[in-house]
Design a protein around this ligand. Structure first.
Ligand SMILES: *[C@@H]1O[C@H](CO)[C@@H](O)[C@H](O)[C@H]1NC(C)=O
Length: 156
Protein backbone atom coordinates (compact mmCIF):
# COMPACT_ATOMS: atom_id res chain seq x y z
CA UNK A 1 0.00 0.00 0.00
CA UNK A 2 1.34 3.42 -0.90
CA UNK A 3 2.18 5.66 1.99
CA UNK A 4 0.46 9.03 1.96
CA UNK A 5 3.13 11.66 2.55
CA UNK A 6 2.59 13.40 5.85
CA UNK A 7 3.01 16.71 4.10
CA UNK A 8 -0.21 16.20 2.17
CA UNK A 9 -2.03 15.06 5.26
CA UNK A 10 -1.02 18.25 7.04
CA UNK A 11 -2.03 20.33 4.03
CA UNK A 12 -5.44 18.68 4.07
CA UNK A 13 -5.77 19.33 7.79
CA UNK A 14 -4.72 22.92 7.27
CA UNK A 15 -7.30 23.34 4.56
CA UNK A 16 -9.96 21.78 6.73
CA UNK A 17 -9.19 23.98 9.71
CA UNK A 18 -8.85 27.21 7.78
CA UNK A 19 -12.07 26.67 5.83
CA UNK A 20 -14.04 25.69 8.91
CA UNK A 21 -12.71 28.63 10.92
CA UNK A 22 -13.73 31.36 8.50
CA UNK A 23 -17.54 31.39 8.93
CA UNK A 24 -17.40 31.31 12.71
CA UNK A 25 -15.13 34.30 13.26
CA UNK A 26 -14.35 37.55 11.55
CA UNK A 27 -10.83 37.05 10.15
CA UNK A 28 -10.07 40.75 9.92
CA UNK A 29 -12.08 43.14 12.08
CA UNK A 30 -10.32 46.15 10.55
CA UNK A 31 -10.06 45.55 6.80
CA UNK A 32 -8.15 48.75 6.04
CA UNK A 33 -5.28 47.94 8.41
CA UNK A 34 -2.37 45.86 7.20
CA UNK A 35 -1.82 42.58 8.98
CA UNK A 36 1.52 41.02 9.84
CA UNK A 37 0.79 38.55 7.02
CA UNK A 38 0.32 41.47 4.58
CA UNK A 39 3.67 42.87 5.67
CA UNK A 40 5.31 39.55 4.90
CA UNK A 41 3.67 39.44 1.49
CA UNK A 42 4.59 43.05 0.70
CA UNK A 43 8.21 42.14 1.36
CA UNK A 44 8.13 39.07 -0.87
CA UNK A 45 7.82 36.51 1.91
CA UNK A 46 5.11 33.83 2.00
CA UNK A 47 2.44 34.29 4.70
CA UNK A 48 2.99 30.74 5.99
CA UNK A 49 6.02 31.91 7.94
CA UNK A 50 3.56 33.12 10.57
CA UNK A 51 0.75 31.10 12.12
CA UNK A 52 -2.83 32.35 11.75
CA UNK A 53 -3.21 33.55 15.33
CA UNK A 54 -1.34 36.86 15.27
CA UNK A 55 -2.87 39.13 17.92
CA UNK A 56 -1.00 42.25 16.89
CA UNK A 57 2.36 43.37 15.59
CA UNK A 58 4.50 46.41 15.25
CA UNK A 59 6.92 47.33 12.50
CA UNK A 60 9.25 50.30 12.41
CA UNK A 61 9.39 51.10 8.70
CA UNK A 62 12.63 53.04 9.12
CA UNK A 63 14.69 50.41 10.89
CA UNK A 64 12.67 47.33 9.93
CA UNK A 65 12.45 46.25 13.56
CA UNK A 66 9.33 44.22 14.16
CA UNK A 67 7.57 42.44 16.96
CA UNK A 68 4.76 39.96 16.46
CA UNK A 69 2.49 39.07 19.37
CA UNK A 70 0.98 35.59 19.12
CA UNK A 71 -0.62 35.69 22.56
CA UNK A 72 0.59 32.22 23.42
CA UNK A 73 3.30 29.72 22.62
CA UNK A 74 2.50 28.16 19.25
CA UNK A 75 3.48 24.75 17.96
CA UNK A 76 3.32 23.92 14.27
CA UNK A 77 4.69 21.30 11.94
CA UNK A 78 6.70 22.91 9.17
CA UNK A 79 6.41 21.69 5.62
CA UNK A 80 7.91 19.99 3.73
CA UNK A 81 9.97 17.87 6.13
CA UNK A 82 7.54 17.95 9.05
CA UNK A 83 9.95 19.49 11.49
CA UNK A 84 8.26 20.53 14.69
CA UNK A 85 8.58 24.25 15.27
CA UNK A 86 7.67 26.42 18.21
CA UNK A 87 6.89 30.10 18.06
CA UNK A 88 7.30 32.12 21.24
CA UNK A 89 4.52 34.33 22.43
CA UNK A 90 6.53 37.20 21.01
CA UNK A 91 8.62 36.91 17.85
CA UNK A 92 11.00 39.77 17.07
CA UNK A 93 13.45 40.59 14.31
CA UNK A 94 14.38 43.02 11.63
CA UNK A 95 12.64 43.04 8.26
CA UNK A 96 14.95 44.47 5.65
CA UNK A 97 14.88 44.02 1.90
CA UNK A 98 14.51 40.32 1.10
CA UNK A 99 15.69 39.34 4.52
CA UNK A 100 14.47 38.80 8.06
CA UNK A 101 17.44 39.26 10.38
CA UNK A 102 18.08 39.12 14.12
CA UNK A 103 15.15 36.74 14.38
CA UNK A 104 14.22 35.68 17.87
CA UNK A 105 11.39 33.40 18.94
CA UNK A 106 11.22 30.62 16.35
CA UNK A 107 12.79 27.26 17.13
CA UNK A 108 12.85 24.06 15.12
CA UNK A 109 13.35 20.52 16.31
CA UNK A 110 15.67 18.61 14.01
CA UNK A 111 18.33 15.98 14.51
CA UNK A 112 17.22 15.51 18.12
CA UNK A 113 17.87 19.12 19.11
CA UNK A 114 16.15 22.46 19.18
CA UNK A 115 17.62 25.08 16.86
CA UNK A 116 16.84 28.79 16.86
CA UNK A 117 16.14 30.19 13.45
CA UNK A 118 18.20 33.37 13.41
CA UNK A 119 17.28 34.65 9.96
CA UNK A 120 15.31 33.97 6.80
CA UNK A 121 16.44 35.14 3.37
CA UNK A 122 14.70 35.24 0.01
CA UNK A 123 16.63 33.55 -2.75
CA UNK A 124 14.63 33.49 -5.97
CA UNK A 125 11.81 31.01 -5.48
CA UNK A 126 13.40 29.73 -2.30
CA UNK A 127 13.63 30.63 1.34
CA UNK A 128 16.95 30.22 3.06
CA UNK A 129 16.60 29.54 6.77
CA UNK A 130 19.60 30.49 8.82
CA UNK A 131 20.49 28.71 12.01
CA UNK A 132 23.63 30.54 13.03
CA UNK A 133 26.15 29.68 10.34
CA UNK A 134 24.11 26.79 8.97
CA UNK A 135 21.46 27.29 6.30
CA UNK A 136 18.65 25.19 4.87
CA UNK A 137 16.86 26.04 1.65
CA UNK A 138 13.19 25.34 0.92
CA UNK A 139 10.87 26.35 -1.92
CA UNK A 140 8.80 29.36 -0.82
CA UNK A 141 5.63 27.74 -2.14
CA UNK A 142 5.74 25.30 0.78
CA UNK A 143 4.78 28.25 2.96
CA UNK A 144 1.92 29.71 0.96
CA UNK A 145 -0.64 28.83 3.62
CA UNK A 146 -0.58 30.25 7.12
CA UNK A 147 -0.70 27.33 9.57
CA UNK A 148 -2.91 27.13 12.64
CA UNK A 149 -1.21 26.39 15.94
CA UNK A 150 -1.53 22.79 17.02
CA UNK A 151 -3.30 21.65 20.12
CA UNK A 152 -4.13 25.13 21.28
CA UNK A 153 -6.56 25.63 24.10
CA UNK A 154 -9.78 27.12 22.82
CA UNK A 155 -9.59 29.96 25.32
CA UNK A 156 -9.19 32.78 22.82
C1 LIG B 1 12.40 53.54 14.21
O1 LIG B 1 13.74 53.34 13.86
C2 LIG B 1 14.49 54.53 13.72
C3 LIG B 1 15.87 54.15 13.19
O2 LIG B 1 16.51 53.19 13.99
C4 LIG B 1 14.54 55.25 15.06
O3 LIG B 1 15.26 56.44 14.95
C5 LIG B 1 13.12 55.53 15.52
O4 LIG B 1 13.13 56.09 16.82
C6 LIG B 1 12.28 54.25 15.54
N1 LIG B 1 10.90 54.61 15.80
C7 LIG B 1 10.21 54.03 16.77
C8 LIG B 1 8.79 54.47 16.89
O5 LIG B 1 10.68 53.21 17.55
Amino acid sequence: MAKIPLFFVSLLLLFFFSSSAIPSQNPNPNPTALTAHDELKNNGFPIGLLPTNVLDYSLNRTSGDFSVNLGDLCKITLPPDNYLATYSKKVTGKLVEGRIADLDGIRVRAFFQWWSITGIRLSGENLVFEVGMVTAKYASKNFDESPACEGQRSSS
